[in-house]
Design a protein around this ligand. Structure first.
Ligand code: PGA
Length: 254
């Protein structure tokens, strides 16, 4: 793996603002003295409400923040919506887009995901686009077709160097279930996706993450895959111990 691994903690709708801020306060001392931020990049995606409070603790330090979603546009009469600009101001530098939970519970389509990617770029955020097949799709041999459909919405558009992109492959059946995808399967899928991305879009340009029941014990196996450049971690990222151990595991791979 040529590039330094990227770990993104997706906290979903967990942790209060207080709990998130205290995590941010305690994280620095736990990483101090051994963590090399240029060797392992660490991003935390708390609830949007907690971004500002966490950013105050993290300051200009190497731990970056991500939002878990954004709505289109900059400002306007959209009750309840948070634009990329607001999220950026609150401290986010990346944004997760098209997570399977957003696709499933909030009816997000491939077309909307593509629009949100544009909205992220317009707001100066790096989109982390999630793709992945359901169990039924996998069982009927449609994994590649599903991934191709989900990715083509964003990959067919021309992109310049001011439009950074991260892709997370997350098989839906592996999310929050403890059922981890086989490393060899992930390796093969990541290889295929990397080929679709094109030779000019190497890992430095588009990091490819695996997500789905990643934990400190199985992380190393995924990071050793040549086409996998990091992980998107849900449940196992909710404890300080979990995050610190995963940074350590990732750093040992470098
Ligand atoms: P999980 O979630 O690690 O709890 O499976 C991953 C995700 O949903 O991004």
């Amino acid at each position: 793996m040529a590039m330094s691994p990227l770990l993104i903690a997706n906290w979903k709708m967990y942790k209060t603002v207080e709990e998130s801020a205290s995590f941010a306060r305690l994280l620095g001392p736990r990483l101090e003295g051994w963590w090399k931020p240029q060797a392992v990049r660490l991003v935390i995606a708390p609830t949007s409400l907690a971004l500002f409070a966490m950013a105050r603790h993290l300051g200009d330090g190497p731990v970056a923040l991500a939002a878990q979603n954004l709505e289109l546009g900059r400002e306007g009469a959209f009750t309840g919506a948070l634009s990329g600009y607001l999220l950026h101001e609150a401290g986010a530098r990346l944004v997760i887009i098209g997570h399977s939970e957003r696709r499933r519970y909030f009816a997000e389509t491939d077309a909307l995901v593509a629009e949100k990617v544009d909205a992220a770029w317009n707001a100066g955020l790096t989109p982390v686009v999630c793709v992945g097949e359901t169990e039924a799709e996998r069982d009927s041999g449609q994994t590649e077709a599903v991934l191709k459909r989900q990715l083509s919405a964003i990959l067919t558009k021309p992109r310049d160097e001011h439009q950074p992109l991260v892709i997370a492959y997350e098989p839906v059946w592996a999310i929050g279930t403890g059922r981890v995808a086989k490393t060899e399967d992930v390796g093969q899928i990541a290889h295929t996706v990397r080929q679709w991305l094109g030779t000019s879009q190497g890992p430095e340009d588009v990091p490819l993450l695996y997500g789905g029941s990643v934990n400190p014990d199985n992380l190393g196996g995924f990071l050793r895959l040549p086409d996998v450049n990091g992980a998107l971690v849900g449940g196992a990222s909710l404890t300080l111990e979990g995050v610190v151990t995963m940074v350590r595991v990732a750093q040992e791979q470098t």
